[in-house]
Write a protein that binds this ligand. Structure first.
Ligand code: ADP
Ligand code: MG
Length: 339
C-alpha cells in the first residue's frame, strides 16, 4: 500500500485552529482585548461595525511590536508569553498559546499597525486568509491597532451561521464587560457603528462596576474583603433583596481573568441560604487572587474554565467570607433603629 498521510499546509492548519478559537465576533474581541492588556496598555479602544461582522478593531497604547515581531505574531504557536512547558503552570498573562492572531488572520482581512516606544517608524501589515498582502513602514502612534474585517469571509458556512446583529452585539458587550470589570485601572472605550456605547475611566472596582451597570448598582453592593495564604477575595455581592429571576450579573475573576465555575457559584449561593426568594439568583462580582502556580488554565480553548489545586478550601473560604459579609450587612439596619 502506498503512503497517504501528509502534513496539512499552514493555512489549512490555521483555519482548523480558527474553528476552535473563533466561534463568533465576540471571540475575536476577547482575544484582541486580552492582547492589549498583556501589552501593558492603559487605554484601550474597541471599535465595532455591524456587530463585528464588518469590523472589529482594538487600538491600544501598550508596548507595541518590532517589525519582525509584527510578522511573527501571525505565526501559529508563536508567542512572547511563555518559553517552556513549566511556564504553563505559572501564567501571569492572558495569552500563552500563540494561536489567536494566526487563527484570526486565517479567516478574515486583518490590518496590524504597531510601533514600540522610542522607534521613529512603525509597521503596517495586511494579511488575508493567512497570506501577507503588504508590509510597510508607517508613521503611527506608540502601541498597536489591530483591525479585523469581514470575519469568516472565506468560510461561508460559518458566516451564514452568525446570529442577528442584536445577538452578536450582546456577545461582544458581554466579553467587553468581563474584560473591563477585570481591569478597573485600565480605561476602555467601546464604539459601535460610530456611536459611543461605553467610556469607562480608570478607577477602583466599585467605580468600574457602577460605570458598567449604572448608578443604581452602587447602593446594592456589599463589599467582600478577605485574605489568607491560599486566596485573597475581594469584590462585592448584591444585597439579597436585589437578587434576580434571571441569572444576570454573576462574575468570578481569578487573577483578573473572567471564569465560569458552577462549583464556586454554589459556594456563593449557599452563603445566601435563607436570604433569597425561591428561584432568584444573587448578583456578585468576586475577584480571587491565587498563586499562579496553584491553577491550571490550559484545560479549555477559551480559558474560561480553570482547575484549582485547592478547590475545596477555596469553596469553604468563599462561602464563609460571603456569609460573614452578608451577616454584617444584615446586622447594620437593626442597629440603625436604635436612634
Ligand atoms: P498569545 O497572546 O497567546 O501570545 P496571540 O496570537 O494572541 O498569542 O499573539 C501573538 C503575539 O503577538 C503575542 O505573544 C505578543 O507578543 C504579540 N502581540 C499580539 N497583540 C499585541 C498587542 N496588542 N501589543 C503588543 N504585542 C502584541
Ligand atoms: Mg493572545
Amino acid at each position: 500500500m502506498s503512503d497517504i498521510i501528509q502534513l496539512l499546509p499552514d493555512h489549512v492548519a490555521n483555519q482548523i485552529a480558527a474553528g476552535e478559537v473563533v466561534q463568533r465576533p465576540a471571540s475575536v474581541v476577547k482575544e484582541l482585548l486580552e492582547n492589549a492588556i498583556d501589552a501593558g496598555a492603559t487605554n484601550i479602544k474597541l471599535l465595532i461595525k455591524d456587530a463585528g461582522k464588518t469590523l472589529i478593531q482594538v487600538i491600544d497604547d501598550g508596548k507595541g511590536m518590532s517589525t519582525t515581531d509584527a510578522r511573527m505574531s501571525f505565526e501559529r504557536h508563536a508567542t512572547s508569553k511563555i518559553q517552556k512547558a513549566e511556564d504553563l503552570f505559572n501564567l501571569n498573562t492572558k495569552g500563552f498559546r500563540g494561536e489567536a492572531l494566526a487563527s484570526i488572520a486565517a479567516i478574515a482581512h486583518v490590518e496590524l499597525k504597531t510601533k514600540p516606544k522610542g522607534e521613529e517608524l512603525g509597521t503596517c501589515i495586511k494579511i488575508e486568509g493567512s497570506k501577507i498582502i503588504s508590509q510597510d513602514f508607517i508613521s503611527t502612534g506608540e502601541g498597536t491597532s489591530l483591525a479585523v474585517k469581514n470575519l469568516f469571509y472565506n468560510i461561508p458556512a460559518r458566516r451564514n451561521f452568525l446570529k442577528s446583529d442584536t445577538v452578536e452585539t450582546r456577545h461582544i458587550i458581554d466579553e467587553f464587560q468581563r474584560v473591563a470589570l477585570a481591569h478597573s485601572s485600565i480605561s476602555f472605550l467601546l464604539h459601535h457603528n460610530n456611536n459611543e456605547v461605553y467610556h469607562l475611566k480608570s478607577g477602583n472596582l466599585r467605580q468600574r462596576i457602577v460605570a458598567v451597570f449604572g448608578t443604581k448598582m452602587n447602593e446594592k453592593l456589599v463589599p467582600i474583603d478577605e485574605k489568607t495564604d491560599i486566596v485573597a477575595i475581594e469584590g462585592f455581592v448584591a444585597k439579597p433583596e436585589f437578587s434576580k429571576r434571571k441569572r444576570g450579573e454573576q462574575f468570578f475573576f481569578v487573577n483578573n481573568r473572567f471564569i465560569k465555575s458552577s462549583y464556586l457559584n454554589h459556594a456563593v449561593v449557599s452563603a445566601f441560604d435563607g436570604l433569597l426568594e425561591q428561584g432568584s439568583h444573587p448578583s456578585y462580582f468576586l475577584y480571587l487572587q491565587v498563586p499562579a502556580n496553584t491553577i491550571d488554565i490550559n484545560i479549555h480553548p477559551t480559558k474560561t474554565e480553570i482547575k484549582f489545586d485547592n478547590e475545596k478550601a477555596l469553596y469553604a473560604m468563599l462561602r464563609a467570607t460571603v456569609k460573614h459579609s452578608l451577616g454584617q450587612y444584615n446586622v447594620a439596619p437593626v442597629l440603625d433603629f436604635n436612634r
